[in-house]
Design a protein around this ligand. Structure first.
Ligand code: 5AD
Length: 432
């Protein structure tokens, strides 16, 4: 579902209303809402008024979506200005990215402001809301950072059945209007390829929805079958672009080459690819993060970057927070989002739960203002949520303005997403 910027009616004529959009007047078709009055507030998709809302709610949405005022770059140093300018015509170099990741103070605010402008210019005022269903917390791996690792024997494990998973997904689509769902689990071979395909097929038979699978490294055949069953995309992070660090974090079971082999065939199979990395891993450097950004530029149709949160019952539970700056990981996450937005103007960048967990409710607003353009809501049935402990104290959003006003009930919203996904899949490289 998507949320768009509200408009206030300043004039009415027959079947049309006029709203002020920035400094220009926009003509809006109000055939769906014939009783509107001057001064009323509406939500719209392009030029079609969809829903009337109160002034109070309108202001809340504007406050969330409008973001901060543009920062005047003339006060910011010349190197920064040059890099920002360059980002409009070419990919940035690793050195330039490192420069941006190191900035603080007014330059950092200017970076967020520029990324926010890039989001608004290229993606208009839409924020998309996606859902994630975590259907099993069993995992056969032992990644050092992850609370679901096999050796964590303290974690109570659960598996959702095919029917329960399908029911949860269909409910989210039919009752709440989600149009894109991520189905995630640990790497759990209890579910055969056929079972995963059955889940996908049954959901697709019952409702119109885009499905992204996040089930780990299961080999080419599995991904081929899931694509044929109707999955649109995959969510598969490469975690870090530094092979040595990858090896340290995955001493057994995983290998760097196989991760990229997966991304490669996923791309060849035509999957919409959501990928990214963890920020603030022990031993990770700013250079590594710059490489991560370039790696995402290469692979991603959708970005997934979030802070590493040290987690109980893992070997990295006591990983030192070696940064001197308060909230270093959150701020670095925001800077990475901003740089990614400058490099990939139209890519989907969701605010991930780990960022919301680290930064609190404010993290969402900050990330949107730094160039993110979508949210990921947790739709796992409440009774299982406490056990999907990738990390502790996970943040859960409340029912709020997003779900209240997401333009989900409308076919337009699905069509809009379909158009966008097609465009994003084509992944026009503006620098090519
Ligand atoms: N902190 C933050 N994110 C984590 N993940 C795993 N463990 C942690 C952690 N401790 C992320 C990984 C994985 C995704 C499902 O969850 O990046 O790809």
């Amino acid at each position: 579902m998507c949320l768009t910027l509200p408009g206030q009616i300043i004039n009415l004529k027959k079947n049309a209303a006029f709203i002020k959009n920035n400094e220009t007047v926009q003509k809006i078709n109000i055939s769906l809402l014939p009783n509107l009055q001057i001064n009323d507030w509406i939500l719209r998709i392009n030029n079609l008024a969809i829903k009337q809302i109160s002034q109070k709610d309108a202001q809340e949405i504007i406050e969330l979506l409008e973001g901060q005022k543009k920062i005047n770059l003339s006060q910011i140093n010349a190197r920064f200005r040059k890099i920002i300018k360059a980002s409009n015509v070419r990919c940035l170099t690793k050195k330039e990215i490192i420069y941006l990741l190191n900035i603080e103070g007014p330059e950092k605010e200017a970076l967020f402001s520029e990324a926010n402008i890039a989001r608004k210019t290229n993606l208009k005022d839409f924020i998309c809301i996606h859902g994630i269903i975590e259907f099993s917390n069993f995992c056969q791996n032992d990644c050092l950072y992850c609370g679901l690792r096999k050796q964590n024997r303290k974690l109570k494990r659960y598996r959702m059945s095919v029917d329960e998973t399908v029911k949860t997904a269909v409910k989210a689509v039919k009752e709440k209007g989600y149009k894109l769902l991520v189905l995630q689990s640990g790497e759990d071979s209890f579910y055969t390829d056929e079972t995963l395909c059955e889940i996908i097929k049954k959901i697709k038979e019952k409702c119109k929805v885009f499905i992204l699978m996040s089930v780990g490294e299961r080999g080419y055949e599995c991904y081929k079958k899931m694509k044929q069953a109707g999955a649109l995309g995959v969510l598969s992070r490469f975690e870090t672009s530094n092979p040595k660090l990858f090896k340290k974090l995955h001493p057994t079971g995983k290998n760097f080459k196989n991760r990229f082999k997966h991304l490669k065939f996923m791309k060849e199979l035509g999957y919409f690819i959501a990928t990214g990395s963890l920020i603030g891993l022990p031993g990770q450097t700013i250079e590594d993060l710059a490489d991560d950004i370039l790696m995402m530029k290469k692979w991603a149709n959708m970005i997934s970057v979030g802070p590493f949160i040290p987690t109980a019952e893992t070997p990295l539970a006591l990983a030192p927070n070696n940064a001197k700056i308060k909230n270093w990981k959150v701020e670095m996450n925001l800077k990475m989002i901003a740089v990614l937005r400058l490099l990939m103007k139209e890519v989907r960048i969701p605010v991930v739960t780990a960022l919301e967990t680290s930064a609190g409710e404010d993290g969402r607003k900050k990330a949107l203002r730094a160039g993110a353009n979508s949210l990921m809501f947790n739709l796992t049935p409440a009774k299982y949520r406490p056990f999907y402990k990738i990390y502790g104290n996970k943040f859960y959003q409340k029912e709020n303005i997003w779900e209240k006003y997401g333009l989900f009930k409308y076919e337009e919203s699905y069509k809009m997403l379909e158009q966008k996904m097609t465009k994003e899949l084509e992944k026009k490289n503006i620098y090519a």
